[in-house]
Design a protein. Structure first.
Length: 124
């Protein structure tokens, strides 16, 4: 029974990542997720965060929801300004103590949301 749930969770996660990329904001976030998927540490953090989300019965954010959130907060989000926007968002989250401890590392919610998608993208 547990393996069925794990497979179901993986399929749902792949759907969250592979949702249709529309517009520059989603393209920008998708490119970041693809780069993070190549980093074993980011994937490990993402997998551990996804486990934490499951334990606490919280949904994982989709590529679309992360893109929309960042665009709503910071305005025009594109591949050429995603680095600056992520830096601004991470600084906001650090100042407002929106951090989680994963494997002894302090990471912001946005960082973990991106790593969670990266861990799914790695498997896709």
């Amino acid at each position: 029974m547990r393996s069925i749930l794990v497979v179901g969770g993986a399929i749902a996660g792949i759907f969250l990542y592979r949702s249709t990329v529309q517009g520059p904001a989603e393209l920008a976030v998708s490119e970041i997720v693809s780069k993070l998927a190549e980093l074993p540490g980011a994937v490990r953090f993402g997998e551990k965060f996804r486990e934490e989300l499951k334990k606490n019965d919280h949904p994982m954010k989709s590529l679309r929801s992360i893109s929309s959130f960042l665009a709503d907060v910071h305005g025009d989000l594109r591949p050429d300004n995603i680095g600056d926007i992520l830096e601004q968002q991470i600084q906001i989250e650090l100042r407002t103590n929106q951090v989680h401890v994963i494997d002894g590392w302090y990471l912001t919610r946005t960082e973990l949301d991106l790593c969670a998608l990266a861990s799914v993208a790695r498997k896709a």
